[in-house]
Design a protein around this ligand. Structure first.
Ligand SMILES: [Fe+2]
Length: 393
């Protein structure tokens, strides 16, 4: 067991079906909320925005709605949202929706309190990495998807569109103060997105288990998340209304968010961010699925340690097997899971990605999200990253 680690997990998490209504009574961190939602209209269509507004009003809280967030959120909307928060004297931010809305809420909360441009604070790529001196407004996350784990971590992924940089960034100020995870809100997520989002959570857990930063508490959550997703994600994809499966996947996602807080993702996530920075129509989870088999096959051919534990969490019998054989079991189980969720035919070329882009993608991944490469159990060279991208075609 690792003997030195830090544990910081400051978010209050309210988990369970039907618990959104508790927003009417919970102690909230302010009196006027900026509610941040996506531009697609699903929060209005499903009545979730109306419910949140009603509960906030019951709780004596005023609100302003900011509804422009894109599926791959951009800096322009962070700055505009922060301006709206300041001009309306909002004293906290509510992110309602999937990862894009909640991540944007975090970045808006930061920029509502700090001067300059968002990219002044981002670490990596052309970000200036200035210290966040004035903290952030308190953040309340209400998640309607099971994918990013953002309700249980400090990370916010925003794209600088003019330079194609999609960078995950965060600080101790961008942990939500309060997160509500109500799996009933996830019953309406269509099968394809259930699959993409669930696999995003799967990779947060699996990568966090393999990362050099792993620690005892992240290991427990990672193996549980991998197990629950293997068992229940295919059910949630097939039977969207199955609340038991939705609860299991929702908790696996939140647990994987805790893994991201206590451990780290590895370079699979850097490589995917490069893909969806250049091809914003590519869903993050789809990019991860498309990269995953060539990626893990290559990494485990260099160092197979800890892969057997992941295989076991996926229900494989690894008794008496070497690390290398255990890693093969993990790859087999991952292929089966991808098939069980109907994603075995997913191809990067369907999203317009070309094999000739491999070198440019590798450069982008290693420039903008360099930090995660330092968490890899095997140090990849530029040529090896290009090679993995090429193997995805
Ligand atoms: Fe992710």
């Amino acid at each position: 067991m690792k003997q030195r680690f830090d544990y910081y997990m400051p978010t209050e998490i309210i988990f369970g079906p039907g618990r959104l209504k508790e927003l009417a009574q919970l102690e909230l961190p302010g009196k006027k909320a900026l509610i941040v939602i996506g531009s697609g209209g699903s929060m209005k269509r499903h009545g979730y925005l109306d419910r949140v507004i009603e509960y906030l009003e019951d709780n004596g809280v005023e609100y302003v709605v900011y509804d422009k967030i894109l599926p791959n959120p951009i800096t322009e909307h962070v700055m505009e949202g922060a301006k709206a928060a300041r001009e309306n004297n909002c004293d906290f931010v509510v992110g309602l929706g999937g990862g894009s809305s909640i991540d944007s809420a975090k970045s808006i909360a930061l920029m509502a309190k700090n001067p300059g441009d968002y990219w002044d604070y981002v670490v990596g790529g052309s970000g200036k990495g200035k210290p966040v001196e004035k903290g952030a407004l308190p953040i309340v996350a209400i998640t309607t998807t099971a994918g990013t784990g953002t309700e249980a971590d400090p990370w916010t992924v925003i794209t600088k569109s003019d330079t194609n940089e999609k960078i995950g960034f965060g600080s101790k100020y961008t942990f939500p103060t309060l997160s509500i995870v109500d799996p009933e809100l996830m019953l309406t997520v269509p099968p394809k997105y259930t699959a993409y989002q669930g696999m995003d959570a799967f990779f947060h857990a699996a990568e966090g288990y393999l990362a050099l930063a792993h620690q005892p508490a992240s290991d427990c959550h990672a193996l549980e998340a991998v197990k629950l997703i293997t068992q229940y994600l295919p059910v949630a994809v097939r039977e969207g209304e199955n609340l038991q499966a939705r609860c299991a996947v929702a908790w696996a996602n939140t647990a994987a968010g805790i893994v991201e807080s206590l451990s780290s993702c590895i370079s699979l996530h850097s490589m995917e961010h490069a893909l969806s920075a250049f091809h914003p129509e590519l869903p993050h989870g789809a990019g991860l699925i498309a990269l995953s088999i060539p990626y893990f096959t290559y990494i485990s051919s260099k160092t197979a340690e800890r892969f057997s534990d992941l295989a076991r969490a996926m229900g494989q019998d690894c008794s008496g097997l070497s690390d290398e054989e255990g890693a093969e079991k993990f790859i087999d189980a991952l292929k089966t899971l991808i098939k069980d969720i109907g994603m075995e035919d997913l191809k990067l070329s369907d999203y317009g990605v070309k094999k000739e882009e491999a070198a440019e993608l590798a450069r982008n991944a290693m420039d903008t999200m360099d930090g995660l490469f330092h968490q890899d159990p095997y140090k990849l060279s530029f040529e090896e990253v290009v090679h993995i991208y090429e193997n995805c075609f």
